[in-house]
Write a protein that binds this ligand. Sequence first.
Ligand code: ARG
Length: 579
Amino acid sequence: MIMNIAAQVLSGPTGLSEHELLQLLEQPPNPEWGDAALPCFVFAKSRRMSPQNVAAELAGALDQTHGVSAEAAGPYVNLKLDPAVFAPALLEQIGSEDFGKLDLGQGKRVVIDMSSPNIAKPFGIGHLRSTVIGAALYRLLAEAGYETISVNHLGDWGTQFGKQITAYKRWGKDEELNRDPIGESLKLYVRFHDEAEQDPSLETEARDWFRRLEAGDPEAHRLWRYFVDISMQEFKRMYNRLGVSFDHVLGESFYNDKMKPVVEELSGLGLLEESDGAMVVKLDDEGMPPCLILKTDGTTIYPTRDLATAIYRRKEMEADRLLYVVGAEQKLHFRQVFAVLGKMGADWAVQCEHVPFGLMRFEGKKMSTRRGKVIILNEVLDEAVSRAMAVIQEKNPDLSDKQMVAEQVGIGAVIFGDLKNNRINEVDFSLEDALRFDGETGPYVQYTHARIKSVLNRLKGQPTDGEADLNTGLNTVLNTGLNTEQLISVGDTTLLGEAGWSLLKQLSRYPEALERAVNRLEPSVMARFALDTAQSFNRFYHHERIEDGGPLRMRVSELTAELLARSLRLLGLHAPDRM
Ligand code: ARG
C-alpha cells in the first residue's frame, strides 16, 4: 500500500509505470530514512548521469508533491509519507472488508503432499516440520486464492513391515500391545534393529514376511493392517492437537496397483534400462544418477511409487500444481522423479515442486529413529503445554479456562518456534526459548493480542475475563458507530504519535507479507509479519496511552488485534482473548 503510493508519485518524474516501479522499490533498512526507497542505478545509462545525480534530480522534482517528501541519499531517493495526509487512507483500507484478499492462485488447484510419516517407524521430527509447514502453506495458499488439497502420503508399505511383523512374531506380547500399542511397537522396532546386528537371519525373515505381504498372505495382511491402525491412532491424536487435518490420507500402499502401468509405459518409451540386475531410468543427460524403478527381485521402490502418485494427482485429482513438503535430504529423489516424468512427456512436470526444509534438533539432540533415542512427539507437546500452564498460573492465576489456553499457548509455541525460521535453515529447537513470553515467539504474539483485547474490553467497560463472544467481528467489538472519516475528525492523526503512525504503516504491509509468503512458499514471512506487528504495537502501547487517544487509538489497536489473530490463524495458532 505504501509502495503503491510511492509508485504513484514516482511514475510521472521517472516515466516508468507503477507496475515497473513496484518491482524496483525497496523498504529502507532503517525506517528513519523513509517509508520507501528507489534505487536509481537503472536510470543512469539512459539519462547519461550518475545514479547519485539521478537521485538528486528526482528528489528535486518530487519536492512539490503533496504529502510525500523526498530526499536523495547517494544513489537512492528516499520517500516519506506525511501521516496527516495518508493516515486516514491507510486506516480506511486496513479496515475495509477486502483488505488482504489476494487472488494469486486464481482458483488453481494445488495438491500439497505433507506430513507423510512412515508407519511401523517412529514419527520423526522431520515429519513434524512437514506437518506444521505444510499446514501453514495450505492455509496461506488458500488465503491467496488457490484451491488447496492436502494429502498425507503415509509410508504404509515397504520392508519395514517385514521387520515389524518379524519382531512381533518373535517377541510380541498381545497384552503389552493392547496396553500401550505405540510404546510396545516402538520397543519391537528398536529390538529388531539391535538384534539384527548380531543375527542376520532376522533380516532374511523380515524380507520373507514382506514378500508374503506383497503376495497377499492373509496373516501378513492382517498384521500389516493392525500396525497401520495403531500408528494412525497415535498420529491422529497429534494431528488433532496441532489442529491439522487432511483432505486425503492416501498411503503408498494405495499405489500398489497403479505402478505396473507406469513401468510398462517407461518400458514402452524405451526409457527402462537394466543395470546390475535392476531396472533404472538413466539421467546422465541431466547430470544425475539413474532413477531406480525395479529392484533386482522385481519389486517396486520409493521412486516408482512417487511416479505413480504424481500421475494420479495430475490425472485423477486434476492438480495444476504439485507441492511436496519434504526434508531437504530428499532433494535428489524429487529431482529424479520430476526428471523421469519430464522424459515421459509430462509437460506438467514443471508444475511439480519439492518444498524442502532443513533439519531440526530438539535441545541439541538429533533424532535417531533406529537406536531407541526416540523423542515421542506427543510427550514434547505435553511438556510444552505443562510449561505454558506454569507461566499462566503465575501471570494470570484467575483465568477461567486455563487448561484450554495452556494447550493453545504450548502447542502454539512449538508451531511458531518452527515456522519463524526460514524453512530451509536448520533449527535448534529449545522449548524454553519457544515459550518465552518476551522473545520472538508464538506466546509473545498471542500475549500481545490478548493484551489488546483486554485493554479494549476494559475501555468498553466490559470485564476482562467476561464472556465476550470470541468471534465478535472487528466492528462490533468496539462499537463506536463511527466510520473512518468521522474517527479521523474526532481524533486528529497527530494523536497516533510517531509510534502509532509506524504501527499503522506496519499493519498496511499485511498484503505484501501474504504475497511474499505465498510466492516463496515461506511461512516464516508471515511469522515475521506477526512478530514485527506485535513489536510495533508494544512500542505504541508504551508511548501512547490508548485510553487518552479517543476512538482513533482504539481503532488502530483493534485493527492490530485483528491482524495478529489473522496471521496467527494462518500459521496454525489460536489467538486466545485472555491469557
Ligand atoms: N514417508 C517419506 C519419509 O518419511 C516421506 C514421503 C514424502 N512424500 C512423497 N511423496 N515422497 O521419508
